[in-house]
Design a protein around this ligand. Structure first.
Ligand code: PBG
Length: 336
């Protein structure tokens, strides 16, 4: 045996010794989760006094702006550092080209302004992609049955700009087009927004776990049976994720996202080893709903299981996590 890696031998060495007491387990714990690691995704809809359930995403709601502000009071009270916003757009406003995304008075821009006015200290992450706005539910411009990359990124850079103007702190392109980080960075810089942060969804996989989210933003019906495999990554690949992240860093990304989270811990780990850039992980709707539906069936304990998944995500190398249960976790952490 290589002496440098001598591991000790039973019975002199007993790894269970350190596991005996809660305090000794705390002292040797290699990973910790704090409220500062959490980001709460929130869905916003038009109207007043609206709080709608999403049947495939238990306990999560769509809020009209007034109710959303009430919800954010809780975020502020429990000191969750940031929120991520996603709009539910009325079907009548959706178009083939998704041009509502560029309306400076659209739902998301109005929401950003209201939140910033009322909660200037909470980090506000805004999604850049066309899927809530297009009749076909894709993240970009559809031409000859293909999402046209270069036309889409022009539009995305304008979408990013109006969100930054409205007050978004972090612009988060979730579309997986090539070259969008560079063009968004240039557009923001040219218009005086060189302080606006870009969180690139760099390694976003064409996943089955997004189903409940698509219900939440109302794109599942539009998408019908189509998939996003011509732009989102294949879940069979991990070297490709490294190339995606490397290119996005070169284009000016400040942070990168891996999404989904729990089935992709190897990707987070690999990126962490290779690059010095903050990695965020998105525990997506399907991951969350599975835990929630298991709770309903009394198969598992919701909070403890959720906590375990978040620790696993951090252990793999993530510095922050988008989590639908962020408030539940923050409440528990406060009571500890
Ligand atoms: C689309 C987008 C998706 C999610 C965030 N932004 C879904 C998709 O790519 O179809 C999924 C998040 C979740 O499932 O919680 N721009």
């Amino acid at each position: 045996m290589n002496k440098r890696f001598a591991l000790g031998k039973f019975p002199r060495t007993r790894l269970r010794r350190n596991r005996q007491f809660p305090w000794s387990r705390s002292l040797v714990s290699e990973t910790n989760l704090v409220t500062d690691d959490l980001i709460l995704p929130l869905f916003v809809t038009e109207g007043k006094k609206i709080k709608e359930n999403i049947s495939s995403l238990p306990s999560i709601k769509r809020y009209s702006i007034d109710k959303l502000l009430k919800k954010i009071e809780e975020v502020s009270e429990y000191k969750i550092p940031a929120i991520a916003l996603f709009p539910y757009i009325d079907k009548k406003i959706k178009t083939f080209d998704g041009k509502e995304a560029l309306n400076k008075k659209n739902l998301i821009c109005r929401t950003i302004r209201e939140i910033k006015k009322n909660f200037p200290k909470i980090g506000l992450i805004s999604d850049v992609a066309l899927d809530p706005y297009t009749t076909h539910g894709h993240d970009g411009i559809l031409k000859n049955n293909y999402i046209a990359n270069d036309e889409t990124i022009e539009i995305l850079s304008q979408q990013a700009l109006i969100q930054a103007e409205a007050g978004a702190d972090i612009i988060a392109p979730s579309d997986m087009m090539d070259g969008r980080i560079g063009i968004i960075r240039d557009t923001l810089d040219n218009e005086g927004f060189n302080k606006t942060i870009i969180l690139s969804y760099a390694a976003k996989f064409a996943s089955n776990f997004y189903g409940p989210f698509r219900d939440a933003v109302g794109s599942s019906k539009s998408l019908n049976k189509a998939d996003k495999k011509s732009y989102q990554m294949s879940y069979k690949n991990s070297n490709e994720a490294i190339r995606e992240v490397g290119m996005d860093i070169n284009e000016g990304a400040d942070m990168v996202m891996v999404k989904p989270a729990l089935p992709y811990l190897d990707i987070i780990y690999k990126i962490k080893k290779k690059f010095n850039i903050p990695i965020f992980a998105y525990q997506v709707s399907g991951e969350f709903s599975m835990i929630k539906f298991c709770e309903k069936e009394k198969i598992i304990n919701y909070e403890e299981t959720l906590y375990e998944t978040l620790i696993a995500i951090k252990r793999s190398g993530a510095s922050a996590i988008f989590c639908y249960g962020a408030l539940d976790i923050a409440k528990n952490l406060k009571n500890e």
